[in-house]
Design a protein around this ligand. Sequence first.
Ligand code: IMP
Length: 425
Amino acid sequence: MPATILVGTQWGDEGKGKVTDLLAGRTDFVVRYQGGNNTGHTVVAGGQLLKLHLIPSGILYPHVTSVIGDGVVIHPGSLLEEMDALAARGIDPSRLLISGNAHLVMPYHLELDKLTERYLGKHRLGTTKRGIGPAYADKAARIGLRMQDLTDAKIFREKLDVVLKEKNLILTKVYNRLPMEADRIADDYLAKGERLAPHIVETSGLLWRALREGKHLLLEGAQATLLDLDHGTYPFVTSSNPVAGGALVGSGLGPKEVDSVIGVAKAYMTRVGSGPFPTEDFGPDGGHLAEKGAEIGTTTGRTRRCGWFDAVLLRYASRINGLSELFVTKLDVLSGLPRVRLCTAYDFEGERYEDFPPHQSIFHKAEPVYEELEGWAEDLSDARSAGDLPKAARAYVARISELGGVRVRHLSVGPERDQTLWLDG
Ligand code: IMP
């Protein structure tokens, strides 16, 4: 059986958690392939709401093995907190597998994330301050520590001593902060490593063998296409590769193992943090989306910026990820708007751009070209098939599909599992 990639097509928060939940019933492994605890989704566990940041939500299903792949960066304290919270609600976290190649988020990464953002002032990225950028930077600079180092105290200490010497120079000389103590970090991380050791394995071979045994894998991205380090709205991006290509690198699988790429798009756009957002709406319509869509971040509690659906970016996401199909979420949020808008192109200095602009400055100043469609007043939350939707809502979704060049196969009209429409029956 092949693997399926699940990827966000916008700036994150498209509702991938709900899609994973729906697909988990028919999969054997859910694999996270990038990011860290900078993302999050709320799940219902043991009858209570629980926020998961690192652990794939597949953990809620006894038949699913949850895997944190090579491309993820892990803050061990946060991971253990999530594992404990699951155990306290009667969910066994022992089926969690973690790649030994996954990099560690260290205390100096958190500190440097905060200090760099402060230093950047009005040019700050609006990061989640979870140390993600500095951890990936050290990985690329080849001075990162990995999960496997937690199982070898001598090696861990050797690597830490080398890297901490440089970090302490930066902390004290550049930022005028106190140095960090190697002993304290080593004691803390190695103690956590002892608890995590039974979960640390070589995951890429394990996944490859699982596929040969007829198992199905769901490779689940965090963040989304426009936050991709290479293909997003750089530098206002995260430091990893959420796009479908990143799923292969971050889980150690070859492209022939994958047979479908499911994109998730919210029926409008949102963004947290800084960066260009051509269709952002500062008026009452944007307010409607924020309020009705409850657009507040799971990880940081920040209010999300809201705006109209951008079909230029969907076309781009469709191409970059090689999307097989699209899952559109939160269509119900648009109910009550007298008319809805779709961005079909951008105008900049007398030129029209129908694809992702080739220069960042164009993207920053682009004027969206809108197509206006009739809105609908009806509440959609009870719709269960396309026939239950008002004509205007059907026309809106059909136009998204046409402009994006990708088939919409599922629609979501609420958070519950049964508030999902399967468009091809
Ligand atoms: P970082 O990933 O914490 O370095 O933050 C970089 C950018 O990505 C910031 O604009 C964040 O707001 C954004 N970001 C990171 N994770 C998420 C997410 O899960 N959803 C939406 N935006 C995110």
